[in-house]
Design a protein around this ligand. Structure first.
Ligand SMILES: Nc1ncnc2c1ncn2[C@@H]1O[C@H](COP(=O)(O)OP(=O)(O)OP(=O)(O)O)[C@@H](O)[C@H]1O
Ligand SMILES: Cc1cn([C@H]2C[C@H](O)[C@@H](COP(=O)(O)O)O2)c(=O)[nH]c1=O
Length: 546
């Protein structure tokens, strides 16, 4: 009598082969148990596989392993090629009351997945089963982290299951884990590429039947469930087709729509205007504060934090630095040089060697002191211990123009940081014998060095600091040479010929022409008193203008 619990002769033969292969791998004891259950397991191949080879506590029991062998009917997998029983078995609980209790869960799981499409699965299952342990034993899902989790598809994975005791190293894993990694098993048991040694491996992109590279995801129909099972996270499945569609799309299709679009400012409602975080000391942060030229904005006071400013879409911002377009402060606090409307206290003297700068700065200092001002006399290169050391190198060691420029700017940086800025911050007048105009005149025009590079160095080093008044003592180079030779031995510069000093003089003229408000040309060819009167007149004019 035909019974739904009995297998047909053909199915029994196949089931017997399956069970035999499994016995080879997992031992006679368990395989014997499976074989014993085979005749009563089911009537189809899958029934045999499930109910026989895995019946009871047999191999690959998965979530049914503690149940009696169910009656099953042939149900092709949803994803062709998937060998996991979840796709192959459907409980016949409604047809056979004896199985109702044991396979309620299986029925629920089947419902959780789409209705399987019928078709070509038998051969795959047979192939999978024919490879022995297959997906059921010794195949564990790799850890998410660690070396095991980083293995390639073909790598061996450690057995981590906690299932029934099996011979040797073989273990089963709980049904839930197994279901997650069932699909990868199928890949392993898929027919290896021709020419291989039978080791499963990922198909190269060139082998993609659709003729396009597949960055890590295989599009073959039979592999789709594998990929799906691998990417299952938290019990949720992503539709593979959707993910593939995204992977195949060009990059611009993947951009967040709207996120990169610029909205017209006028169209933005108030609550969508950009909120910019600005330092609280910036003029833009405090709209009532002036940022006019000559007023040093200063730096953030210690402990003051940034303030949040709601910037309107078309609000005009006040300049932040005194010299807009120049280098911004590198984070150092730039001290305020003087009160608003006070005359600039940073005075420099320029001119070729022997023009009389040093002589007449004495007169300037005396004039200021007579009026109760504090005065700092200094020079370049020099003004600090480090700068004076550099000065000695520059004046007496042979070097090229770039080295000269770098050294004089290095000395200048230290001079500014250590001497000039603090003095100006304290309200002291600073009288400096030479400054950056000398670099343009000597290294630029005298040596012929690139004035563009000098300008860049000037920007970096001075952070916008410029003299407030420059007294240019202009004299013929021959006259200056005569004065020098009368009083001292020449250094590297003073040893230069007249042509050099003519270029230097031209350099000063160029600088003066570029900054006429700052420069005052003093005719230094006259008698000392005459020159002194001209210098004091320029000083009075400067002090009067604020
Ligand atoms: N107007 C002048 N007429 C005649 N001699 C002067 C005049 N001014 C300065 N001297 C003299 O010229 C010499 C050089 O003067 P001073 O040192 O002031 O020039 P300098 O420009 O500072 O030179 P250097 O840049 O090389 O230091 C000194 O001996 C000084 O007395
Ligand atoms: C600042 C500066 C100076 N020099 C040269 C010019 C002079 O020959 C010496 C300084 O001597 P002084 O008696 O103090 O005038 O240095 C230069 O070549 N470049 C500079 O930037």
């Amino acid at each position: 009598m035909d019974s739904p619990h009995r297998l047909g002769p053909g199915a029994r033969r196949v089931a017997g082969r399956i069970a035999g292969r499994r016995r080879e791998l997992v031992g006679l004891a368990l395989a014997g148990s499976a074989a014993a259950a085979a005749p009563a397991g089911g009537r189809t191949l899958r029934g045999a596989r499930h109910g026989t080879a895995r019946g009871g506590r047999g191999l690959g029991a998965c979530r049914h392993r503690h149940r009696p062998a169910p009656a099953v009917r042939l149900v092709p997998p949803v994803r062709p090629g998937c060998a996991h029983p979840r796709w192959q078995l459907r409980s016949r609980t409604r047809r056979h009351p004896a199985n109702a209790a044991g396979h309620a869960g299986a029925g629920a799981r089947s419902a959780a997945h789409p209705a399987p499409a019928r078709g070509r699965h038998t051969a795959r299952v047979a192939r999978c089963a024919g490879r022995g342990a297959g997906p059921d034993v010794g195949q564990r899902r790799p850890r998410r982290r660690g070396a095991a989790g980083r293995r390639g598809r073909g790598g061996r994975r450690p057995a981590l299951g906690r299932g029934p005791v099996l011979p040797g190293h073989l273990r089963l894993q709980p049904a839930r884990q197994r279901s997650d990694r069932a699909a990868p098993c199928l890949r392993r048991h898929a027919a290896p590429p021709s020419g291989s040694l039978g080791h499963p491996r990922a198909r190269p992109a060139a082998e993609d039947p659709r003729g396009r590279a597949d960055p890590g995801l295989h599009h073959r129909e039979g592999d789709r469930p594998c990929r799906r099972a691998r990417t299952r996270v938290g019990g949720l499945h992503q539709p593979p087709a959707h993910r593939h569609a995204a992977a195949d799309r060009p990059d611009h299709h993947l951009r967040a729509r709207g996120g990169l679009r610029r909205q017209p400012a006028q169209a933005r409602p108030d609550h969508r205007r950009p909120l910019q975080h600005l330092p609280a000391w910036w003029p833009a942060t405090e709209p009532d504060r002036d940022a006019q030229p000559g007023v040093d904005p200063g730096g953030p006071e210690p402990g003051r934090e940034q303030g949040a400013v709601l910037r309107g879409p078309r609000r005009r911002q006040q300049p932040v630095q005194r010299n807009a377009g120049r280098a911004q402060s590198g984070g150092e606090q730039v001290p305020a040089g003087r009160p608003v409307n006070a005359p600039g206290r940073f005075i420099t003297a320029e001119g070729i060697d022997g023009a009389g700068k040093t002589t007449h700065l004495d007169a300037v200092e005396a004039w200021l002191r007579q009026r109760g001002h504090g005065v700092l006399r200094t020079r370049e290169p020099g003004g600090t211990a480090l700068a004076e050391t550099l000065r000695e190198l520059v004046l007496h060691r042979p070097m090229d123009a770039l080295t000269e420029a770098l050294l004089v700017f290095a000395a200048r940086r230290d001079h500014l940081q250590q001497t000039i800025e603090p003095a100006l911050a304290a309200g002291t007048w600073v009288l400096c014998d030479r400054f950056t105009d000398a670099t343009f005149a000597y290294q630029g025009h005298g040596r012929g060095f690139d004035t563009g590079v000098l300008a860049a160095l000037e920007t970096w080093v001075q952070q916008g600091r410029q003299p407030d008044l420059t007294l240019w003592f202009d004299v013929d180079p021959a006259v200056a040479a005569a004065r020098r030779s009368a009083v001292r031995t020449a250094d590297r510069f003073e040893a230069e010929d007249l042509a050099f000093f003519r270029r230097v003089r031209d350099g000063y003229a160029a600088r003066a022409g570029a900054a006429p408000a700052r420069f005052v040309r003093i005719d230094a060819a006259g008698a000392p008193d005459t020159v002194r009167q001209a210098v004091l007149a320029a000083l009075e004019t400067h002090a009067a203008t604020a």
